[in-house]
Write a protein that binds this ligand. Structure first.
Ligand code: NAP
Ligand code: ZN
Length: 349
């Protein structure tokens, strides 16, 4: 039997988010039901709520950086009990049998990963609803443990902003002796700087916002470059091992590619609505690589959370009540967020 839970939803691409009763399945034997405490606000929530990726089904309840308290468990659940703190990120299910799932890369499930929102809900029909909500039901295998020493509100955005930056930095083996660039100081970018610094790299922050310079240094950048300044950009030509691009809007990737060394890699995680243009010679002449990366699998997400627990890494956040969500979207679009909004879901009660 499905139940309903208080939520906020977009009813169309042009409407503000508003109160909505979301339908959830009652926990199955392998499910965990979580009373949500906090949910981070990712730029993907805005892209999706406003149909900028041209695939949104309405109503859409966004939110994929969730932390809460377990309120019910199915009888086959092994690793969670009522009262435990639990986290849920962008993924809530996958086929479990394809080669990607077997390699712990559920985000690349060949059948189709089930995302926390805007994916088919195979048990009760309709679409999945995300974390701008009082409660959620998720199969145990996709529920994460939050290290006890971390502040829960500040840890919530690790579930997307954290893993999305941790995973590519690990995959391209960023570490000591390397020069690494992070492009865009927003929710993802500020975590990219923290992780690249924690892994021992020399970190350069590229920002379009001169007023974020001091913050970038505090977050762990060794140098800050205002990317609109061509002369300052040119000083770094051919010097980077790796660049992570987190920009959410139209921008010129050709300004960054020449900054890579021979055989260096630039990885895109930002997902702007419109296609980006590429000058092939920027890759060809120094056999540089341009790559992409999508969040991370569940095993790596847990590894990232444990790393954050060990090194006391959380996100820099501004807490908001759910009633301020539309203002928060406007502020994110103006790059006016330091550096992640987190919804205090007590405001839904
Ligand atoms: P965000 O907090 O809005 O940060 C994006 C940053 O990009 C801004 O703070 C700004 O940094 C820079 N920026 C914005 N507009 C720009 C423009 N026109 N030109 C140049 N720079 C600009 O967003 P977020 O939550 O970090 O998400 C970033 C992107 O990653 C989004 O597209 C999101 O959908 C995507 N995403 C992808 C994945 C994945 O798995 N691949 C996961 C999560 C999110 P400065 O002020 O420093 O310039
Ligand atoms: Zn996200």
């Amino acid at each position: 039997m499905p139940y309903t839970t208080k939520s906020y939803a977009a009813q169309s691409a042009s409407q503000a988010l508003a109160p909505f009763q979301a339908k959830r399945r009652d926990p199955l034997d392998t499910d965990v039901q979580i009373d949500l405490l906090y949910c981070g606000v990712c730029h993907s929530d805005i892209h999706q709520a406003r149909n900028e990726w041209h695939n949104t089904t309405y109503p859409c309840v966004p939110g994929h950086e969730m932390i809460g308290k377990v309120s019910k468990v199915g009888k086959k659940v092994k690793n969670f009990k009522v009262g435990d703190i639990a986290g849920v990120g962008c993924l809530v299910d996958s086929c479990g049998t394809c080669s990607s799932c077997k390699e712990n890369l559920e985000q690349h499930c060949e059948k189709s990963p089930i995302f926390s929102y805007n994916s088919p809900e195979k048990h009760i029909g309709g679409m999945t609803f995300g974390g701008y909500s009082q409660s959620i039901v998720v199969t145990e295998d996709f529920v994460l443990k939050i290290p006890k020493n971390l502040d829960l509100a500040a840890a919530a955005p690790l579930l997307c902003a954290g893993i999305t930056t941790y995973s590519p930095l690990r995959r391209w083996k960023v570490g000591k002796g390397q020069k690494v660039g992070i492009v865009g100081l927003g929710g993802l970018g500020h975590m990219g700087v923290k992780f690249a610094n924690a892994f021992g790299a020399h970190v350069v922050m590229f920002t379009t916002s001169p007023n974020k310079k001091a913050d970038a240094k505090k977050l762990g950048a060794h140098e800050v470059v205002i990317s609109k300044n061509e002369k300052d950009m040119a000083k770094h030509t051919g010097t980077f091992d790796f660049i992570l691009d987190t920009v959410s809007a139209q921008h010129d990737i050709n300004a960054y590619l020449p900054l890579l060394k021979r055989s260096g890699t630039m990885t895109l995680v930002g997902a702007p609505e419109k296609p980006l243009s590429l000058v092939s010679f920027n890759l060809i002449m120094q056999r540089r690589h341009l790559a992409g990366s999508l969040i991370g699998g569940i095993k790596e997400t847990q590894e990232m959370l444990d790393f954050c627990g060990k090194h006391n890494i959380v996100c820099d956040i501004e807490k908001i009540p759910i009633q301020k969500i539309n203002d928060a979207y406007d502020r994110i679009l103006k790059s006016d967020v330091k550096y992640r909004f987190v919804i205090d879901l007590a405001s839904l009660k």
